[in-house]
Design a protein around this ligand. Structure first.
Ligand code: HEM
Length: 415
């Protein structure tokens, strides 16, 4: 296929340097108009793959179509890659298949039915009660630890904390082990960025530590069940249960899928509020329920995931061949004017808001959506109560990552 005419020679919208500066919205806009499904040759692979090229899908309707046709657009091993170190003694590709994001029906359906037990509305409500006071104390601690001039880094002091606590709470990690899990999660996610001086090996090592810690947790709960989600997932239910192995790989997915995403939604949300003061005033006054979804649309923490065609198929007027990679650009879909009125406006009362930040609605639709929305609500409510006069004291520093729209530092000042 011919390379996309709207992208200049050498242009790569998955280039971390480009993401660091800005999301490539103008390029997406041109592609949506005249090249909505287009071949991107020899550009850095999305979601961690280095490969020969892929079809970039940029329109909202097409991203939805691909997401909801898993029989044609497979997730098998191709959605997300987590690197493990060699000690795993299994083929790396085989290992990727143990992560549900990389499974197709019927395996995916079986695992999803089991893990859904941990994400029922009741389970999320009970987590909300546990997390409400945590959200408040995270914000109060950030304020107490601020420098004399009232300044602090929003990311490390606020955004990082609640998602980590939420996952630890969800899977029942005892308080004394949380620091360990937090350290591994951070290492695993950060090695993309040279500034962290974390090598790929350290990241892979940390991923392994999480898997073996979780497998031990699963074995212990099987032996001696408690009233937590681990016990529920490993105990036999109507749909079966997860093996210790499967549980280990589920936790590793949660450590990435639930942490990094929510952290960046919170950081981008704060930045958006502080650069749109009228929206912050509105939020503080009315606390609209619709705010969290607009924050996720605006931030689109997951820029893209990918699929592989299982057969020759037409999409957006293009002939896609069996085996071709297809990249779903959620960040483009979430700015598609066919669907959103004035998409360039941050509008916390936007309703309806059919954004695709949590995926395009197929079988892999984000399992943690209601948990993420709840966390975003809790933290911004606490910030509005405790730090109503927050202001920006520097530009955000962006993460170098090919798939995550991340902020790693955001200096703010209170008072
Ligand atoms: C899947 C985004 C928070 C757990 C996904 C997908 C996206 C996404 C784009 C893939 C959807 C698809 O392929 O159709 C986000 C964003 C979040 C967030 C933007 C925060 C703002 C969370 C949280 C958890 C979580 C808090 C759990 C604690 C998962 C899991 C999957 C997933 C387990 C895989 C589901 C499957 O394969 O069936 N998420 N997520 N996510 N997410 Fe989230």
């Amino acid at each position: 296929p011919k390379d996309c005419p709207h992208l200049p020679e050498g242009f790569d919208f998955t280039d971390p340097d480009l993401l660091q500066a800005r999301i490539p919205y103008p390029e997406f806009a041109r592609m949506r108009q005249t090249a909505p499904v287009w071949w991107c040759a020899q550009r850095a692979g999305i979601s961690g793959f280095q490969d020969e090229g892929y079809w970039a899908v940029t329109r909202h309707a097409d991203v939805k179509h691909v997401s909801t046709h898993p029989e044609v657009f497979s997730s098998n091993t191709n959605t997300a890659v987590i690197r493990f170190n060699e000690s795993i003694s299994r083929d790396q590709i085989e290992v990727q298949k143990l992560i549900m994001l990389n499974m197709d029906p019927p395996e995916h359906t079986r695992v999803r039915q089991i893990v859904q037990r941990g994400f029922t509305p009741r389970a999320v409500r009970s987590l909300e009660n546990a997390l409400r006071s945590r959200a408040r104390s995270i914000v109060e601690t950030a304020l107490a630890g601020a420098k004399d001039d009232g300044s602090f880094d929003f990311v490390t002091n606020i955004a990082v904390e609640l998602p980590l606590q939420a996952i630890a709470e969800l899977i029942g990690v005892p308080q004394e082990d949380r620091a360990k899990i937090f350290d591994w999660s951070n290492k695993m996610a950060a090695y993309d960025d040279p500034e962290y001086a974390i090598t790929e090996e350290i990241g892979a090592e940390a991923a392994m530590e999480i898997v073996s810690y979780s497998m031990n947790l699963a074995a212990a709960r099987k032996e001696c069940p408690a009233k937590d989600i681990v016990s529920q997932l490993v105990a036999a239910g109507d749909e079966g249960n997860l093996s210790n192995d499967e549980f280990g790989f589920f936790v590793i997915l949660l450590a990435v899928a639930g942490n990094e995403t929510t952290r960046n939604a919170i950081s981008h949300g704060m930045h958006a509020f502080l650069t749109h003061p009228e929206q912050w005033e509105l939020y503080k006054r009315d606390r609209p329920e619709t705010a969290a979804e607009e924050i996720v649309r605006w931030a689109t923490p997951v820029v893209s995931f990918q699929r592989t065609a299982t057969q020759d198929v037409e999409l957006g007027g293009q002939q896609i061949k069996k085996g071709d990679r297809v990249g779903l650009f959620y960040s483009s879909a979430n700015n598609d004017p066919e669907v959103f009125e004035a998409p360039e406006q941050f509008n916390i009362t936007r309703d309806p808001n059919p954004h695709l930040g949590f995926g395009g609605g197929g079988p892999h639709f984000c399992l943690g959506k209601s948990l993420a929305v709840m966390e975003i609500n809790l933290i911004f409510n606490a910030i509005a109560d405790v730090l109503p006069d927050l202001r920006l004291s520097g530009d955000p520093r962006r993460l170098r990552s090919a798939w995550l729209n991340g902020i790693k530092e955001l200096q703010v000042t209170h008072g």
